[in-house]
Design a binder for this molecule. Sequence first.
Ligand code: XMP
Length: 317
Amino acid sequence: MAGKDKLDNYIDAQIKQIRQKVGGEKVLLALSGGVDSSVCASLLSKVIPGQLICIFVDHGFMRLLEADQVEEVFSKRRLRFIRVNAQKRFLSKLKGVTDPETKRKFIGEEFIRVFEEEAAKCGDIPFLAQGTIYPDIVESGSKKNAAIKSHHNVGGLPKNLAFSDLVEPLSGLYKDQVRVLGKKLGLPPFLVNRQPFPGPGLAVRVIGELTEEKLDILRRADAIFREELDSLKKRPNQYFAVLTNTPSVGVKEGKRTYQPVIALRAVITDDFMTCEYAPLSHKLLSRISARITGEIPAVNRVVYDITSKPPATVEWE
Ligand code: XMP
């Protein structure tokens, strides 16, 4: 599908279909704060005001302030917004886990458990809405990434949930069309223009075992890096920080330190299947390194990842 009129026609047709299908019944949605589920929630809150219930599971692996921002946006819309503060639960489930695939698997499983528990409290709801977009349907047929890492959207729910039908109003759209629709619906730029963010979030950007303290260090380093790159005229397609599990010796105020290394990743890509690392200027990198080590006492060393995909992947885990 291409063109503005076609998008408008598609949306008009979806609005009719949704109203016809759902009638006066309630609809449940697992809202992750990603572009697709956010646009889906926003559309449904306009089309069937008061009938949508959004469950937002805060697993504790979002970026700095992100969970609160999502809550702020959606608690103002005509829907019921339920935030589940499950941070402690996820951390205790992941205690001692270091293997990346096990982390991904545990987070996916725990997410489903939390969602099911919350959904059960909402009573009988016949419809489940999902922010599935057209490439999701194509990709799930081809199983492209399965052998490398188990990508999943937290919010990717099992097929056997007890709903009588699905509502997937974005399933004919590509990502850029979903962003256009999000803008039309008045969603703020930080939601509509979001870079890809793994479902397991920062849990796969803290290498090795997770702790609250490590997540906090990563959140702050990541926020500094993103703030600096956000102000560039020409931005890489995706950029974020990683907390490695390699401590290194350093010196601060004449005293020896032994602290984890922060790695910065910024990539240029069309499709995220391959990528080049972004050639950021040394001046910019120096400023970022000085800010991170200066503003975060727990960090004494910052490195820049200069690997393309392949042989690396975008995420470190
Ligand atoms: P990799 O690390 O496989 O990442 O080169 C390619 C792109 O996918 C994003 N990514 C994910 N997206 N769920 C997602 O929705 C996931 O589990 C996941 N893991 C990686 C990654 O950020 C990059 O944009």
